[in-house]
Design a protein around this ligand. Structure first.
Ligand code: ZN
Length: 319
């Protein structure tokens, strides 16, 4: 395996599919204490919300997003060819706090150990696997203005676990054109990192030859986005992937970043997203997530779009 230098510096975001938007806001902002940094619609289907959570400013690597499709499409199935979990970092002394907080509010939790790290596993209201990992050397700070004391706040994505039936081709792509390097292997799990390395840059590839094929839908993670600093990095990667035979999309303007997409051969949808322009370009940083934001092409239809979206209250308060 040879590693090529790459403009990818880590994870940008994960996007999953939820059913009820209010339950989603209550869970991720109310219970987990992430900041709702953007309330918009799915740019390909403006009848559905697209909700973004992250740290105070929605820094790349802290962002988890959801399309909410209540009552349509039906449930997906977690399995091979998907990102398997939403894995979030917290300070080592925080796991007891999280265990107690989640249990008190009726969320079943289990403890696990991976790569020597303490992991707290649970599921969100749609059954999406979520975990909180105690990480000693993560300098990022979580949102201090939220529902959780700053010392215990979630600091962003730690790793992203790809469940792949036969990982060889996926690993070759990651360590080739995408520039990742192997950190270590443990059983059927391999951890890779890129750039400066550490929390927020990891990717775990897990061999799942006997798992059912994953099916997209409510309760599953739709795709993973990696981050590049700017458009130059994005175009460099786009050209490199295309030259290597990967079918890669044109650049799409996602308002808060610009993206290209491709499906790797293990089945996971990959996105490369730019760090720029970020979430504060269409509303003040202090009130991120407060108003429904629409891309310019949908502004003329705002009244119609708002009429069809379910009402959304601020996150419930959990004692
Ligand atoms: Zn995305």
């Amino acid at each position: 395996m040879t590693t090529t230098s790459s403009p990818i510096t880590g994870i940008h975001h994960l996007t999953a599919i939820a059913s009820d938007p209010q339950a989603n806001v209550d869970f991720y902002a109310g219970l987990l204490g992430l900041r709702l940094v953007k309330k918009t619609v799915n740019f390909d289907d403006p009848s559905a919300y697209h909700l973004y959570y992250g740290d105070e400013t929605g820094s790349p690597g802290t962002i988890v997003t959801f399309f909410t499709w209540p009552g349509v499409g039906g449930r997906g199935r977690v399995g091979s060819g998907q990102v398997a979990r939403i894995t979030l970092s917290t300070a080592p002394e925080s796991l007891d706090f999280w265990t107690e907080r989640l249990r008190r509010h009726g969320v079943a939790v289990a403890r696990a150990m991976r790569f020597g790290e303490d992991v707290l596993e649970f599921a969100d209201p749609d059954g999406i696997p979520v975990e909180i990992v105690a990480v000693a050397n993560d300098q990022r700070v979580g949102w201090s203005g939220g529902a959780v004391p700053a010392a215990f706040a979630l600091r962003g994505l730690h790793t992203a676990e790809l469940a792949i039936a036969t990982p060889q081709i996926t690993e070759t792509l990651i360590t080739g054109d995408m520039g990742y390097r192997l950190v270590r292997r443990e059983g059927d799990r391999a951890r890779f990192e890129t750039g400066a390395g550490g929390s927020g840059t990891f990717i775990d590839v897990v061999a799942t030859p006997h798992a059912p094929r994953g099916l997209g839908g409510v309760g599953t993670i739709h795709h993973i986005a990696w981050r590049v600093p700017d458009d130059t990095g994005e175009l460099t990667l786009q050209a490199r992937l295309a030259a290597g035979g990967t079918l890669v999309s044109p650049v799409r303007d996602r308002s808060y970043f610009r993206s290209i997409y491709y499906r790797e051969r293990g089945g996971v949808l990959f996105e490369i997203a730019t760090d720029v322009p970020g979430f504060a370009h269409d509303e003040p940083a202090v009130s991120l997530g407060g108003a429904l934001k629409l891309p310019a092409q949908y502004e003329p239809a705002r009244a119609e779009i708002e009429k069809h979206l379910p009402p959304l209250r601020p996150a419930r308060t959990y004692a």
